[in-house]
Design a protein around this ligand. Sequence first.
Ligand SMILES: Nc1ncnc2c1ncn2[C@@H]1O[C@H](COP(=O)(O)OP(=O)(O)OP(=O)(O)O)[C@@H](O)[C@H]1O
Ligand SMILES: [Mg+2]
Length: 112
Amino acid sequence: MKYITAIIKPFKFTEVKDALGSAGISGMTVSEVSGFGRQRGQTEVYRGAEYTSAMLPKIKLEIAVPDGLAESIVEVIRRTACNDEIGDGKIFVYELADARRIRTGEQGELAL
Ligand SMILES: Nc1ncnc2c1ncn2[C@@H]1O[C@H](COP(=O)(O)OP(=O)(O)OP(=O)(O)O)[C@@H](O)[C@H]1O
Ligand SMILES: [Mg+2]
């Protein structure tokens, strides 16, 4: 299994969520985060306002998937979140050692 974390621009969230909904995922965790990338401090526009702060609002998605689904999910996120601009975001893929559905005790991929 893989654990996919994606940091995307907030205005892309709905589009990415809808694309993921038809891509076979069984769940997702979403958080509001802030961060910076290579241009730290460079101005980006967010909802029409210019941010000069180094920390910009982003949305973090976390999705656990079976190995066979990981590459296609990464590509769905990349394609949908891409606006061809700096700050579009980043996707990190972790090896996921285990999972457990609390209600039933199911384990591994059965718990996803
Ligand atoms: N090395 C990193 N480690 C952890 N989080 C990161 C890292 N790089 C980027 N991020 C997160 O991703 C967000 C978006 O990064 P961003 O897209 O600006 O990356 P970048 O490497 O600067 O690429 P680009 O040149 O396209 O802007 C950051 O605000 C931060 O939350
Ligand atoms: Mg950047």
